[in-house]
Write a protein that binds this ligand. Structure first.
Ligand SMILES: C[S@@+](CC[C@H](N)C(=O)[O-])C[C@H]1O[C@@H](n2cnc3c(N)ncnc32)[C@H](O)[C@@H]1O
Length: 309
């Protein structure tokens, strides 16, 4: 067989192998509403789309991870998912690889199951409890338990999208910097890092009607809301080491507010957006884009996604 034909055959075989049975054209065509509703209809997903969706952990487990449960919890995850998909133009990417860093029990990763084969979606977390619930709910993604500092063992570079919901809302400054640099290193050129951090909504919440209850909840480990608001206004990074149970030691885990200035000063050349306007997401969302090959940081930014900075 001529070399060229062999190459074409190999390429189409590879592409067929990359297209898993569960990522069907029918699934890809579902509206966002229908895809959301399907999350609660596992039999329909199996029969109509040949897709085995993960189950859900009990409400108390969900509350422990994000303070929400059931439909509300998924609505928040959906909104973040839709932002990340649109921002990273994931649906235009050929064979994307995705990493959910600090994936918890898998609340967000389940939404990506119609955008990529499960084996191309990695969910990493350092918490034994998280890995337990990912397995217990039969999450089909590539599940990895990492140490509290990088690397994530066995992971190669080349991700189109890495996201982390409510993870950089908790990490110490050293841990933040180390993980951000590492994760950016895992992106392919032009790849996207989409993360969240505590911001104004959290400060408003602290200063609001539940103020006294919240003070108890954080065991007096946070300063008065007014102090935190003033620090935030001055563009200070704030980290209060509360710990989070299990592997989440106070040495690196607590309450973290990273202001917009932090990203401009440290990641200005790849900074795309800092927004507190993603519906239902009560944290700031930050989008960084690794410079594409053959592009200066400025052209990369302006071509990457139309929108504000
Ligand atoms: C508030 S939960 C959010 C879980 C999930 N992202 C979601 O939105 O449902 C924070 C998660 O970050 C994980 N995490 C914190 N520090 C981490 C680290 N150094 N490496 C990996 N995961 C980490 C925690 O174990 C936990 O699962």
């Amino acid at each position: 067989m001529p070399k060229r034909c062999l190459q074409t055959l190999l390429a189409s075989l590879t592409s067929a192998l990359d297209r898993p049975p569960q990522v069907s054209a029918a699934l890809a065509q579902l509206s966002e509403d229908a895809w959301f509703d399907l999350q609660f209809e596992p039999e329909v997903a199996r029969e109509r789309y040949n897709l085995s969706l993960p189950t859900f952990p009990p409400d108390d487990v969900q509350l422990r991870f994000t303070g929400l449960s059931a439909r509300d919890n998924l609505l928040q995850a959906r909104s973040f998912y839709e932002y990340a998909i649109a921002r990273s133009q994931l649906r235009q990417a050929a064979n994307p690889r995705i990493l959910d860093f600090g994936g918890g029990w898998g609340r967000v990763s389940r939404f990506f199951l119609r955008d990529a084969p499960a084996r191309r979606i990695t969910v990493a977390d350092c918490l034994t409890d998280s890995i337990h619930w990912l397995r217990e709910t039969r999450n089909p993604c590539d599940i990895r338990k990492n140490d509290v500092l990088p690397p994530i063992r066995g992971l190669s570079r080349g991700f189109h999208l890495i996201y982390a919901y409510s993870v950089f809302s908790h990490l110490s400054p050293v841990s933040t910097r180390t993980w951000l640099d590492y994760l950016i290193g895992l992106l392919r050129p032009g790849g996207w890092l989409v993360i969240t951090t505590m911001a104004r909504a959290f400060l408003d919440h602290l200063a609001g009607p539940g103020r006294d209850t919240l003070t108890n909840e954080y065991g007096g480990l946070l300063p008065a809301p007014e102090v935190m608001q003033a620090r935030y206004g001055q563009g200070e990074v704030q980290f209060y080491p509360t710990g989070g149970g299990g592997e989440l030691a106070p040495s690196f885990y607590g309450i973290t507010l990273l202001p917009r200035r932090y990203f401009l000063e440290n990641y200005g050349s790849i900074f795309v957006e800092f927004t507190e306007e993603v519906p239902r997401v009560n944290q700031a969302v930050i989008a960084l884009r690794k410079t594409p090959i053959n592009a200066t940081p400025d052209t990369a930014r302006s071509k990457g996604y139309p929108g504000e900075r």
